[in-house]
Design a protein around this ligand. Structure first.
Ligand code: MTE
Ligand code: MO
Length: 177
């Protein structure tokens, strides 16, 4: 596409508890909440169960830095559809290994085809970058890009506030907002 990519080394590491080391043999990705069929997947099952997608996406942090990176990921809508959405789901809450959480509106995830990323610039995510999965929340500020994602909850509670949202950051977190 003729775009100059940033480096994985251009990130600042500001996570609430620092990089997390996830033991991939014990790791499970859980999808639960307002759905028909809760999912509980190993890393391999998640990667082999859904079609991989590549996309250049810009990440903007509220601190005033941004990066253009090539992301490999799974479509969140494929994962959510395979779990069977119930009609009362409004927001999707991402729960991470470090206790971090953040939410994104269900409609936004479908409209913008957000990815659950597992590679940056062709390299498997490192512990600093959120291995095994980071939400590539295209169009949203960095605090919506949950790293070390462990649980994906479909919720009817559209007033849920995650870690930074509870501390005053905007609930939508749109870059344009
Ligand atoms: N699990 C988890 N995910 C997280 C965070 C965190 O502290 N824990 N920080 C968020 C913030 S504020 C930003 S800007 C992005 C990118 O942070 P990084 O540069 O530390 O990777 O990750 C987001 N995802
Ligand atoms: Mo951030």
């Amino acid at each position: 596409q003729g775009k100059k990519l940033s480096s994985v080394n251009d990130f600042r590491e500001n996570s609430i508890k620092g990089p997390q080391k996830v033991d991939i043999k014990k790791y499970r990705l859980e999808i639960f909440g307002n759905i028909e069929k809760p999912l509980n997947l190993s890393y391999e099952e998640a990667l082999s169960g859904f079609k991989p997608v590549k996309k250049v996406i810009r990440m903007n942090c509220v601190e005033g830095w941004e990066l253009d990176l090539l992301w490999d990921g799974l479509r969140l809508k494929d994962i959510l559809n395979s779990a069977g959405l119930k009609p009362n789901g409004k927001t999707v809450i991402f729960h991470s290994v470090d206790g971090y959480s953040t939410s994104i509106e269900l409609d936004y995830i479908f409209k913008h085809d957000l990815l659950l990323a597992y590679k940056i610039n062709g390299l498997v995510l490192s512990p600093e970058r959120g291995f095994p999965f980071q939400v590539a929340a295209e169009g949203k500020w960095g605090y919506k890009w949950a790293k070390w994602v462990q649980k994906i909850e479909v919720s009817g509670n559209s007033s849920f506030k995650g870690y930074w949202e509870e501390r005053g950051y905007n609930k939508k977190g749109d870059i344009s907002g």
